[in-house]
Design a protein around this ligand. Structure first.
Ligand code: HEM
Length: 797
C-alpha cells in the first residue's frame, strides 16, 4: 500500500464485493418447464400473448419462463415496466433475438434496422433524425391525406355510390367477395389460373384515392409517362422473376405503360352471382344502370351451388349492407396514407397491395421463426415452396424499399426546414464515420419505418370496429356523439354528414374512450418492447444477470387482473371522467361475447375534451429527438444505465387507481380513478382528446395515476420511455380520423361467417401486430339509407 487512499480503495472494493448483489433469478416465480426445452412448447401457440397473460395472472407482475436455455423475465407490474423501458439508451437495448426476425420484412440481406439493432448508436442516429417528421405540424399536414383516404374507404362500402373505377378500395371489395365465393365453392381447381389472373389477382388499380395532383415521387419516376421504371414496375419485375403472380404485377400489366388506371375488368368467371354484378355495377359505369343501387348485392349467389360463405354475406347484404374484409381494406388504406404523408408517394406510384400482402406473408413467417427454433432449416427441407414464396415476398419488399432509397437520393439534399420523413431519412449519418447512410444501411431503416407505420394503425382501427360490432350499444353511443357534431348521417336522410376536421378529433370523448378501451384489450403491439439485460440489473425486487431477456409485456400489462378491474370486460366508460348512467344492454348485445359487458348508450353526451393529449407526444418527439439521455418517457426515462437502479417499489406503494399487485383474483383492483389530464393544457395541437396515457403525465384510465416516475402506468399501447412509439401522434390521428368517418356513415356488424366475437378472439394471432387470422369480415350498412353514406364528400366542414 503506497497511500491511505489506495488502502481505502482496496477495502472499499472488498466491501462492495462482499455486499455485491447476488442474482435473484431463481427467486422469480414462474411455470415449470421441461428438461432442456423449458417452456418452449407452451409458447408455441399462435396466440402466445394469451399464454403470457395466463402466467401473469398466475404468477404476478414479474415472472420468468425459459426458452431452452434462454431465460425470459416477463413484466406486467406497471412500475417495473416503466422503469425497464425508461432507462437511458445504454442500459437495456432491444433484444435482437426478439426482434431480429422482423428484419425479414425490412431487407433481404439480414441487416438490422434501428428497430432491431442492439447498437444504440444506430438506433439513436435514426430516431433523432426521424423524430422531426412526427411533429405536430406534420401531423396536421397529414390529416387531409388521412381524411381523403378515409372518405375513399367509406365510398367503397356504399352500394349505391356512383361507380368509381379509381377507388382502389372498391376493387378490393370486389375481389374479397370473389375470394369468399371461391372459398365456398372450392373451385380453385380448373379455375385456378383464371382466378390468378382474373379474380384473386384481379388487375389492381392503385389509384390516387381522389388525389388529382401527382406526387414528387411520381414526377421523378415518371414511369407512367414512359421514362423510368416505377415502384410498381419494379415489384412486377421482381414478381415475374420470382415466378409469382402478383397483384402489383397484374396491376402494372393492366395499367399499361402510361400508368393510366385501366378500365375495370368486368367479372367473367360465371361464378359471381350477385357479388360480381354488384362489383360490376360499382366499377363499371356502363353497367351501373342495369344493376341499380344495391340490387345486385341483394341477389342470391346465382347457380354456384355452394352458397356457404356468400350466402351469409348476401343475407346480410339483403339488409342493405355489404360484407367487407375490413382488415384488408384498412391495411391498404393506411399504407397509402403512410406513403403519401411521410414519403410523398402517391398510391398510383406504389404497389400498395403487393406490399401489404408481402408484409403479411413475411411477418407471419417471422413470427413463426421467433417461436420455432430452426424453423428456417426445417422449412427448407419440408416446405421448400413455402420458403421460396417467403423469400420472393422478402425480395419484392426489399426492392420497393430500394426504390424508395433511390428516390430519396434523387430528390437530393434537403434543408433542415423540410421535415418530411423521407427528407429526414436522407439526412441520417453513420454515427461512427459521419457519412450519410448508403443504400445498404438506409434500406433496412426505410423498411422498418414502413413496417411500423401502417400495420399498427390499420389493425388498431380493425380492433375498434370489431369491439363495436360486438357491442352495438357502444357503437350507438359513438354514433350519437358523432351526430351531435353533425358527423353522422341521419337515418333516412340523403344528406351526407359534414366532413370531420382535425379539431373534431379531440371533441369526441366517447369515441376516444372506445379507442382507449380497445387499445387496452387488444394492444396491437401486444408483445413489443422486448429488452435484453446486458449488465446486472434490478428488475422489481430481483437482480437479474446479464443475458436475460426482460420483457415488459403490453398485453399482460393491459389485461392482467392485478392491474385492472374486470380486465376482460369492454368498458369504455372506465376512461371517462363522468361515465354515462348505466342502462340495460341492448338485446343485440346479448349475442356478443358473454363475458364482455355491453357499454350503455351515451345519453346526450356533452361535447368536451377529456384527458390526455396526444399532442404532448408530438411535442415530445419534437423536443426529445431520442438523443442520448433525453427522456421521452418523461420522468420514466430517467435512470442511470451503468448502475443498478432502485427497486421500483412495492405493492404498498401502488399508485392511486392501480390495483394491488397480486396473482390472486381475490385481490383485484377497484375501477381506476379517473381524472382529467394535465397534459391537455400543454397541447400545441388541438387536443386529440385521448384518455390514453401516452408518455406525458396522463392520468386517465390507464395513465401514470400518480404522475410520478414509475408510479404505475398500466396503459401504454405505444410503449414507454426511450424507445416508445415515434409515430404515436400520427397513428392516433389516423385511427381517429378513419373511425370518425366510417362510424358516421355505416353501422358495422360481425359477419355471421366469422362465428361470433368469441371465435374472432380465438383467431387472434401475433404477427408483429395483433391481428385476426384470415381477416375480419364485417357487414357495413349505410346509416342514412345508402345515400347518407355515399356522397361522403358532401357537407364541407
Ligand atoms: C396505433 C398505432 C400504433 C401503435 C399502437 C404503435 C405502437 C408502438 C410500440 C408499442 C412501439 C414500441 C416498441 C418497443 O418498445 O420496442 C412502437 C415503436 C415505434 N413506432 Fe409505433 N405504433 C403505432 C403507429 C405508428 C406509426 C403510424 C408510426 C410511423 C408513422 C410508428 C412508428 C414507430 C417507430 C419508428 C417505432 C420505433 C421507435 C424506436 O425504436 O425508437 N408507429 N410503436
Amino acid at each position: 500500500m503506497t497511500s491511505t487512499w489506495e488502502e481505502l480503495g482496496f477495502y472499499g472494493q472488498l466491501a462492495s464485493t462482499l455486499v455485491a448483489p447476488k442474482y435473484d433469478l431463481d427467486r422469480v416465480p414462474g411455470p415449470r418447464g421441461q428438461f432442456a426445452l423449458g417452456n418452449i412448447t407452451a409458447v408455441m401457440r399462435p396466440d402466445y400473448h394469451v399464454q403470457m397473460l395466463e402466467w401473469a395472472n398466475e404468477f404476478g407482475g414479474v415472472f420468468k419462463f425459459s426458452l431452452g436455455f434462454q431465460w425470459v423475465v416477463v413484466v406486467s407490474d406497471p412500475r417495473v415496466a416503466v422503469q425497464v423501458l425508461g432507462r437511458g439508451p445504454d442500459s437495456i437495448p432491444r433484444k435482437c433475438i426478439g426482434y431480429k426476425f422482423f428484419d425479414l420484412a425490412t431487407n433481404a440481406s439480414g441487416a438490422h434496422s434501428f428497430f432491431t439493432t442492439s447498437d444504440e448508436g444506430q438506433w439513436a442516429a435514426v430516431r433523432k433524425a426521424a423524430a422531426a417528421a412526427f411533429s405536430s405540424a406534420n401531423v396536421r399536414k397529414a390529416f387531409p391525406i388521412a381524411l381523403r383516404h378515409s372518405l375513399t374507404v367509406a365510398d367503397s362500402l356504399d352500394p349505391s355510390a356512383p361507380p368509381d373505377p379509381n377507388n382502389p378500395y372498391a376493387l378490393l371489395l370486389h375481389e374479397h367477395k370473389h375470394r369468399a365465393n371461391d372459398h365456398a365453392n372450392g373451385h380453385a381447381n380448373g379455375h385456378a389460373n383464371g382466378h390468378a389472373n382474373g379474380h384473386e389477382r384481379q388487375p389492381q388499380q392503385e389509384s390516387s384515392a381522389g388525389s388529382s395532383s401527382r406526387g414528387l415521387f411520381g414526377r421523378l419516376f415518371g414511369s407512367r409517362r414512359g421514362k423510368a421504371p416505377s415502384l410498381t414496375d419494379g415489384a412486377a419485375a421482381t414478381a415475374a422473376a420470382g415466378g409469382a403472380v402478383t397483384a402489383a404485377a397484374d396491376a402494372d400489366a393492366a395499367a399499361g405503360p402510361n400508368g393510366a388506371a385501366a378500365p375495370p375488368v368486368p367479372c367473367t368467371c360465371g361464378n359471381c352471382g350477385d357479388s360480381g354484378a354488384r362489383a360490376a355495377a360499382k366499377l363499371s359505369p356502363s353497367s351501373d344502370a342495369a344493376a341499380g343501387p344495391a340490387s345486385a348485392a341483394t341477389t342470391p349467389t346465382a347457380g354456384s351451388g355452394a352458397p356457404d360463405v356468400d350466402a351469409d354475406a348476401n343475407a346480410n347484404a339483403a339488409g342493405g349492407g355489404v360484407v367487407v374484409d375490413i382488415q384488408e381494406h384498412l391495411e391498404l388504406s393506411l399504407l397509402h396514407v403512410f406513403m403519401e404523408a411521410l414519403f410523398d408517394v402517391r398510391p398510383e406510384d406504389f404497389p400498395g397491395r403487393q406490399v401489404a400482402a408481402d408484409m403479411n406473408t413475411v411477418l407471419e413467417e417471422a413470427n413463426e421463426r421467433l417461436k420455432v427454433p430452426l424453423r428456417k432449416v426445417a422449412m427448407a427441407v419440408a416446405q421448400p415452396r413455402a420458403q421460396a414464396q417467403v423469400r420472393a415476398a422478402q425480395r419484392r419488399l426489399a426492392d420497393v424499399y430500394g426504390r424508395l432509397y433511390d428516390e430519396i437520393r434523387a430528390r437530393g439534399p434537403q434543408p433542415d426546414s423540410v421535415t418530411d420523413l423521407w427528407a429526414c431519412l436522407g439526412r441520417v449519418r453513420n454515427p461512427k464515420t459521419g457519412e450519410l447512410l448508403g443504400r445498404e444501411a438506409l434500406v433496412p431503416e426505410i423498411g422498418a419505418l414502413v413496417m411500423a407505420g401502417f400495420d399498427t394503425s390499420s389493425h388498431s382501427v380493425a380492433w375498434v370496429l370489431f369491439a363495436l360490432a360486438a357491442h352495438p350499444g357502444a357503437q350507438e353511443a359513438v354514433r350519437r356523439e358523432l351526430a351531435a357534431r353533425g358527423l353522422a348521417a341521419e337515418s333516412g336522410s340523403p344528406k351526407p354528414p359534414r366532413e370531420v376536421t382535425l379539431d373534431d378529433l379531440s371533441q369526441l370523448p366517447y369515441l376516444n374512450a372506445v379507442i382507449d378501451e380497445t387499445m387496452r384489450m387488444f394492444p396491437v403491439a401486444a408483445t413489443a418492447s422486448v429488452r435484453e439485460v446486458t449488465q446486472p440489473t434490478r428488475v422489481g425486487d430481483y437482480v437479474i444477470p446479464p443475458g436475460v431477456i426482460v420483457w415488459p409485456m403490453l398485453y399482460a400489462l393491459h389485461n392482467s387482473r392485478h392491474n385492472w378491474d374486470q380486465p376482460d370486460k369492454f368498458m369504455p366508460e372506465r376512461w371517462l371522467a363522468t361515465p354515462p348512467p348505466p342502462t340495460p344492454p341492448p338485446a343485440a348485445a346479448a349475442a356478443g361475447r358473454a363475458d364482455m359487458a355491453a357499454a350503455p348508450p351515451l345519453p346526450d353526451m356533452q361535447v368536451a375534451s377529456t384527458a390526455a393529449d396526444v399532442a404532448a407526444t408530438a411535442a415530445l418527439a419534437e423536443g426529445a429527438e431520442g438523443g442520448k439521455g433525453k427522456g421521452e418517457g418523461g420522468a420514466a426515462a430517467s435512470g442511470v444505465a451503468a448502475e443498478l437502479p432502485e427497486a421500483p417499489g412495492t405493492p404498498a406503494a401502488a399508485a392511486p387507481g392501480a390495483a394491488p399487485l397480486s396473482p390472486t383474483p381475490s385481490r383485484r383492483s377497484t375501477a381506476p380513478t379517473l381524472q382529467p389530464s394535465p397534459a391537455a393544457a400543454a397541447a400545441t395541437l388541438p387536443s386529440l382528446g385521448s384518455t390514453r396515457s401516452g408518455d406525458a403525465a396522463a392520468s386517465g384510465g390507464g395513465g401514470d395515476a400518480a404522475g410520478g416516475a414509475g408510479a404505475g402506468k398500466r396503459f401504454m399501447p405505444f410503449s414507454d420511455g426511450m424507445k416508445s412509439c415515434l409515430g404515436q401522434a400520427m397513428g392516433l390521428m389516423e385511427v381517429r380520423t378513419m373511425l370518425a368517418v366510417l362510424l358516421g356513415r355505416y353501422r358495422f356488424a360481425l359477419d355471421p361467417a366469422m362465428g361470433g366475437p368469441g371465435a374472432v378472439e380465438r383467431s387472434m394471432i401475433m404477427s408483429l401486430t395483433l391481428k385476426i387470422k384470415g381477416g375480419l369480415r364485417l357487414v357495413a350498412t349505410p346509416l342514412g339509407g345508402a345515400a347518407g353514406a355515399g356522397g361522403a364528400r358532401g357537407g364541407g366542414a
